[in-house]
Every structure is written in structure tokens, then in C-alpha cells.
Design a protein around this ligand. Structure first.
Ligand code: ADP
Ligand code: ASP
Ligand code: MG
Length: 401
């Protein structure tokens, strides 16, 4: 008996039958004597459909209005789920993010949670109610609705678990847990029994969208016990834990991220301070850069290439074009159809052979690498997007079989 936060994603509540399935699972947990707080996402593809509706009217709609629109998807699911629980005869209440006390900053479409005012939540829990909270949304200081970024309901759930000191936060989705690769891409990927916060954070940040990366960051910070499970069966899921409690495997997962674009600045003056000037300009405009390479240069000219997310491409190119002559850049080249493919594992620290094995897998599959980045627990390479799924499968086969 304790306090359990459960989060159900879009596919888990996509239609009436699935909503009833979730209601039954929630009531089962409640009937065991637990206090239950449930976070739900918008049904099925609702969020994508709302974005399409907006694009039909104004592709340049302000982020404030986009958040107003997108938050409506979750409001539908919480009320439907509450009605389903009512039907099962249990006390229940649905709350929007703002009714549940979510206070965020004003970064529309990618807001961060500042705090959760718990009074309302606590008073409903004290009345023994099952509390159903809309994920992905909060309120900023202007009392405007904000959203937490795509996939953000996971973060809503972990934030609630942290604020309420829950005994467990369960993320229910359409796969059995965290796999060694996206099971939709790699058919022989296998489920991990457990994974460390750090490894999960890397996987999530590098494209394994089974968990929102900020939810993992928060779980680690507040020591939230986190489990990823399927809402469609009773299989054991994956537990996300402290590093010393998990099995140490060299490589735990392979991911790909298609949301990147490469910019090459060709023929920049080969003098001290050029890299600084370029990246200072980008960071001043809030553009975050990911992989970077610089050619050796010949004393006169050199090239610098880097990747950014596709959403930042237009702004970044515009900014660089405006500063092209000031920065003394000969040419700016853009490539959109690239993907970042990464391997993650806490066991790869001090293991020189890992990179070699990864590169060999790509060589055997005849896939060209255009950039490389490494850290203690990950190695990322940039490849053509058309090769990305094959790259994931080839690397997965090499390490996991
Ligand atoms: P939800 O709607 O429940 O939040 P998501 O679509 O956000 O579900 O996340 C679940 C999906 O994440 C899975 O269907 C799977 O295709 C994808 N995924 C990507 N990488 C992984 C991985 N390493 N392990 C498990 N699932 C993954
Ligand atoms: N509904 C939102 C999305 O599709 C949030 C979520 O599902 O976590 O991104
Ligand atoms: Mg998700």
C-alpha cells in the first residue's frame, strides 16, 4: 500500500475500449489500498491532428496559441477516463494541468516545470479519490497555458511522483519496456530488465522516445522509482535505477535520431577565435549545436561543420548568411537528410574496442560516417538518413547477438 503515479500514453487510451482497459487497471491498483494519481496523454494521434489543423490555418501560428490548442487533447482524455472510472463505481476526479497546480516557465511549446502547488491534489487524495491529471501542460506566470514539449506527459508524471513523494511511478505504453533498440525497427531487440538513470537519459536524448528525456532527468534528481511497462499485458517492465544497481553490459542500447541537419561552413579563415565567433553567435541566439567537427586547416582556410535540430535550421542559416562576410566564410552548405545513430552503455568507459566494433558494423553494411562524437557512456555517428535504420540494425546485431 502506498502512493502510486501511473501514466498512460496516447495509444493506451486511443479509443473507448482502451480507456475502459486503463480504468480497470487503475481501479485494480486503487482496490489494493493504494492512493492513485493517473496522468494521461491525448488519445491516439490527437496531438498530430491538432497540429495539422493549425497548419491548415496558419503555419506560422504563435507558440502561445499552439499550446492553447495542443493542451486540449489531454483535457479530452482525462474527462473520458474519469467517466470510465465513474462507471466502475469508484470516486474519481479529473484535473487539467493548471487545476493540478503545475506552474511552468514561459517557454511556450517547451516549458519547464517550476513547481507543483499540491493543495488541490492533496485534498482530493485525502477524500480517497482517484485523481486523473492531464499530462504535458501547465500554467505560466501570465496564467497562460504552456506545454512541456512532445512526449512531455512522462515528465508530468515523474514531476507529480517527485512532488507527492510517491512510492512508484509507472509509465504505461505500447511496448513491454525499454528495449536494446526501437522494437519497431529492430525485430530481435530485447527488453532490458533494468537500466541506469544515466544510460536512460542518454538513450532518451538520442532518440529513444519511449521516455521523455526530461522525465528521466527529473527521476534521477528526485530519486523517483521509475518503471516502464505495457498497458496491454501483465509482463514485467523495465526499472530505471541508480547505476550501481543495474546489470553492467558494454552496450545497452542503439538509437537513431532523424531530427538533425548538418551545416558546413567552408573556407573560414584559419586564425585563432573563429570557432569562438561562430558558436558565440549561435548561442547568443539560443541555437544549440550538437556534433561538431573542424578540418585541420592549412594556415589559410579551414572548414567547420556541426549539427542542429531541423526546427532550428531556417533560423540558423539566415543568421549565418547575415554574418557570412563578417565571419569571413566562403560558403555555407546545408544537408537535411541526415540521422544521428548512437550506442549507449555505462560499461563502455575505458573500453577502446567499442568504437572499433561500431565502425566495423557500419563498414560491413557499407554505410558512410560523416561525423563522430564520443563521451564516457555513448558514441554517436552521423549518417545519411536513408541508411539510419540499417545502421541501427547492423550495430545492434554486432553487439547484441
Ligand atoms: P506513449 O504514447 O505511450 O507515450 P511513445 O510512442 O511516446 O508512447 O513511446 C513508445 C514508443 O517508443 C514505442 O512504440 C517504440 O516504438 C518507441 N521506442 C523507441 N526506442 C525504444 C526503445 N529503445 N525501447 C522501447 N521503445 C522504444
Ligand atoms: N500528447 C503529447 C504528445 O503527443 C504529449 C505526450 O503524449 O506525452 O506529444
Ligand atoms: Mg511518449
Amino acid at each position: 500500500m502506498g502512493l502510486i503515479v501511473q501514466k498512460y500514453g496516447g495509444t493506451s487510451v486511443k479509443d473507448a475500449e482502451r480507456v475502459m482497459n486503463v480504468a480497470n487497471r487503475v481501479v485494480e491498483t486503487y482496490d489494493k489500498g493504494n492512493s492513485v494519481v493517473v496522468v494521461v496523454s491525448a488519445q491516439g494521434d490527437t496531438t498530430d491532428e491538432l497540429i495539422e489543423k493549425a497548419m491548415e490555418i496558419n503555419p506560422k501560428a504563435s507558440k502561445r496559441e499552439m499550446d492553447m490548442l495542443l493542451s486540449s487533447g489531454e483535457q479530452i482524455s482525462v474527462s473520458l477516463l474519469a467517466m470510465a472510472v465513474e462507471k466502475l463505481g469508484k470516486p474519481v476526479i479529473s484535473l487539467t494541468g493548471w487545476q493540478a497546480g503545475f506552474k511552468t516557465d514561459s517557454h511556450y511549446s517547451a516549458a519547464r516545470i517550476h513547481k507543483i502547488d499540491k493543495e488541490r491534489l492533496q485534498s482530493e487524495l485525502d477524500k480517497n479519490k482517484i485523481v486523473i491529471v492531464a499530462g504535458f501542460q501547465g500554467l505560466n506566470k501570465y496564467e497562460d497555458i504552456t506545454t512541456l514539449g512532445r512526449g512531455g506527459s512522462d515528465t508530468s508524471a515523474v514531476a507529480l511522483a517527485a512532488a507527492l513523494h510517491a512510492d512508484l511511478c509507472e509509465i504505461y505504453t505500447d511496448v513491454d519496456g525499454v528495449y536494446t533498440a526501437d522494437p519497431r525497427i529492430v525485430k530481435n531487440a530485447h527488453k532490458l530488465d533494468d537500466i541506469s538513470y544515466d544510460e536512460m537519459l542518454e538513450l532518451a536524448s538520442l532518440g529513444a522516445n519511449v521516455l521523455h528525456n526530461r522525465s528521466v532527468e527529473m527521476a534521477k534528481k528526485y530519486h523517483v522509482k521509475l518503471a516502464v511497462k505495457s498497458s496491454l499485458n501483465r509482463n514485467e517492465g523495465t526499472y530505471v535505477k541508480e547505476v550501481d544497481q543495474v546489470e553492467k553490459m558494454l552496450v545497452r542500447g542503439v538509437t537513431r535520431d532523424n531530427d538533425c541537419a548538418r551545416i558546413a561552413l567552408c573556407g573560414i579563415e584559419d586564425t585563432p577565435g573563429k570557432a569562438y565567433q561562430v558558436f558565440a553567435l549561435l548561442s547568443k541566439h539560443g541555437i544549440s549545436v550538437d556534433l561538431i567537427i573542424q578540418s585541420i586547416g592549412n594556415g589559410e582556410k579551414k572548414d567547420i561543420s556541426f549539427t542542429i535540430t531541423e526546427g532550428e535550421l531556417d533560423n540558423t542559416v539566415k543568421l549565418l548568411e547575415e554574418n557570412k562576410s563578417a565571419l569571413k566564410i566562403d560558403d555555407i552548405k546545408v544537408k537535411k537528410d541526415v540521422s544521428k545513430v548512437s550506442i549507449v552503455g555505462a560499461g563502455m568507459v575505458n573500453n577502446a574496442g567499442v568504437a572499433t566494433t561500431m565502425f566495423e558494423a557500419l563498414y560491413n553494411a557499407d554505410i558512410n560516417i560523416s561525423m563522430i562524437a564520443t563521451s564516457e557512456i555513448k558514441i554517436s555517428v552521423l549518417v545519411d538518413q536513408k541508411d539510419a535504420e540499417r545502421a541501427v540494425a547492423a550495430i545492434h546485431d554486432k553487439f547484441m547477438l
